[in-house]
Design a protein around this ligand. Structure first.
Ligand SMILES: [Cu+2]
Length: 291
């Protein structure tokens, strides 16, 4: 029993420490990072696109306070009912079944809340879904269980697989479960149009620091875009349960200066010249730039 008691104590201590860390994170005591999540992080990864900044503002300034206010209001109503209408305080309950005024109030009030939210969310949705004139296009294809990236204007594509633990080089910044063999590379401050599809089942493409999330659906081409304004490596993970290795198909975008991008492009064209064995590059679509 002593053993069991000790184990339980350790578990309890761990839980308390975990909860404390969680609260510390929630209150911002633990710094958020760019491009990946820290253990116990609850808030967003730091944004590097205007869209991500606006999304996070919408969440932090509009949605979270609304959620807290409404939850506290409902909680207060519950406490009031328990106190005012319990059997002792209110031995002969009212037989009321309908009350027009109350029904109008509980219909109109949520409508006002939803309209208030839509004032902020509709422009944001429009901005997400309206792709500005783009500087380049990347076609992203989800497959069980990796992502492939095609650069149609440059005529090459490649597969991107998770790095196994034995291949990780932490000294080079490799993060377990996120590092990949071939990262997608894009230039900083350029509008990148992303076409997203899948070849087998539905996957979901997400890069949190870009504020980008779109489903990858077989037989369908979804579009999104981003314009990253900070160099660095930004990770995402497949966000639609897609099979046994769903957790092991990370997305990795490296944002670099135009010079570094040009250098990477030259080497990538040679390295991936034969094209990926599984993904054939389609004819380059007409660019929207300059229209
Ligand atoms: Cu997937």
């Amino acid at each position: 029993m002593r053993q069991g008691g000790r184990a339980a104590r350790i578990r309890a201590t761990g839980l308390v420490a975990g909860a404390a860390a969680g609260i510390a994170t929630f209150t911002g005591a633990q710094a958020a990072t760019y491009g990946y999540g820290e253990p116990w992080q609850i808030g967003f990864q730091l944004p590097v696109t205007d869209l991500a900044r606006e999304l996070q503002w919408f969440h932090n300034v509009i949605l979270v306070p609304l959620t807290i206010i409404i939850s506290l209001f409902v909680l207060a109503l519950l406490f009031y009912v328990v106190w005012r209408f319990n059997e002792k305080a209110n031995p002969t309950p009212s037989r009321t079944t309908h009350n027009t005024l109350i029904e109008v109030i509980w219909t109109i009030a949520p409508v006002i809340v939803l309209v208030f939210i839509s004032v902020f969310s509709f422009p944001l949705l429009t901005k997400q879904l309206t792709i500005p004139p783009s500087d380049m296009t990347i076609k992203v294809t989800g497959t069980q269980w990796h992502w492939s990236y095609a650069y149609p204007q440059d005529g090459f594509s490649f597969d991107s697989y998770i790095k196994e633990d034995k291949d990780l080089k932490p000294e080079n910044g490799d993060i377990r479960l996120l590092a990949v063999d071939n990262e997608a590379v894009v230039p900083v401050n350029k509008v990148v149009r992303v076409e997203v599809t899948a070849v087998d089942v539905i996957h979901s493409f997400i890069v949190q620091s870009f504020g980008v999330r779109v489903d990858a659906v077989p037989g369908r081409l979804n579009e999104t875009w981003f314009k990253a304004d900070r160099e660095g490596i930004y990770y995402g993970q497949c966000s639609k349960l897609c099979g046994k290795d769903h957790a092991f198909m990370p997305i990795a975008f490296r944002v670099v200066s135009q010079d570094k991008y040009d250098a990477w492009l030259a080497s990538a064209k040679q390295k991936f010249a034969a094209g990926s064995p599984t993904i054939q590059v389609a004819a380059a679509p007409a660019e929207t730039a300059g229209q």
